[in-house]
Design a protein around this ligand. Structure first.
Ligand code: CA
Length: 250
């Protein structure tokens, strides 16, 4: 019934609008130049405050956000974006000066969709930007159709029905919301905190009171109900979970 809306042939993307947030003019100009050349529409912001103003005026398709900004840091900008329902799912690619694994984890924990360490090649940046936009576009198309798919797994958001190879799974409402949260941002790692907020409908800040271990417990149950596909819910050590569809299974 909804198959047409999820057809992967519907790939023609409009010109993507990218906001580049970087206080170093040379780097900002280089990124803007490269993205414009590749057909993106680019706006730049030199500070976190400027970025939030620009986003308030018009929500872009992607934000490329430097972590090190004077005043309001990139992390704070990202937190604000994630805390606002209008921009909670706005794709964000974080730029950082450090290659450190800790930095990467921190950036992803704050809800970035991807991470790129400086110095990066402009080509790599464009590839990452395209990948994020493609993922966001696919996720958008799926939720418009109210059906999300990952390989043999199908979640109907309208009817709360989950099937695996066409067989209905008996998920509890919490397991359903947890799976939905993972599928909506598939490929992206989400912290236990983020999953708590989505699947348990817990306000940010209050959720510390609920054991994040609760998430682990529900993930275990969900994995068990998903059989082989359960392994697609990957544990990202010390951080959280992501749904990763193995190549060729989608
Ligand atoms: Ca900077």
């Amino acid at each position: 019934m909804l198959a047409s809306t999820m057809d992967s042939t519907a790939r023609s993307l409009p010109v993507p609008r990218v906001l580049v947030v970087e206080d170093e003019p040379d780097i900002a100009a280089l990124i803007a130049y490269q993205l414009t050349r590749e057909g993106f529409r680019v706006e730049t912001a030199g500070s976190g405050t400027e970025a939030l103003d620009a986003i308030a005026r018009e929500i872009p398709d992607l934000v490329i956000l430097d972590r090190m900004l004077p005043g309001l840091s990139g992390d704070k900008v990202l937190m604000r974006l994630r805390g606002d329902s209008q921009t909670a799912r706005l794709p964000v690619l974080i730029l950082t000066a450090k290659r450190d694994q800790e930095e990467r984890i921190e950036g992803l924990e704050l809800g970035a969709d991807d991470y790129l360490a400086k110095p990066f090649s402009p080509k790599e940046l464009v590839l990452r930007a395209r990948a994020i936009l493609r993922r966001a576009h696919d996720a958008g198309a799926r939720s418009e159709g109210k059906v999300l798919r990952a390989g043999p797994l199908r979640v109907d958001v309208g009817s709360n029905e989950t099937t695996l190879e066409g067989v209905e799974l008996n998920l509890t409402p919490t397991e359903f919301r947890l799976l939905l949260a993972l599928m909506e941002r598939r490929g992206a790692t989400q912290s236990r905190q983020q999953l708590l907020e989505k699947a348990w409908d817990v306000e940010s800040g209050v959720s510390g009171r609920i054991q994040t271990r609760t998430v682990d417990m529900h993930v275990r149950r969900l994995r068990a109900k998903l059989g082989d596909v359960g392994a697609w819910i990957q544990t990202i050590r010390g951080f959280g979970y992501r749904l990763k569809v193995p190549e060729g299974r989608d």
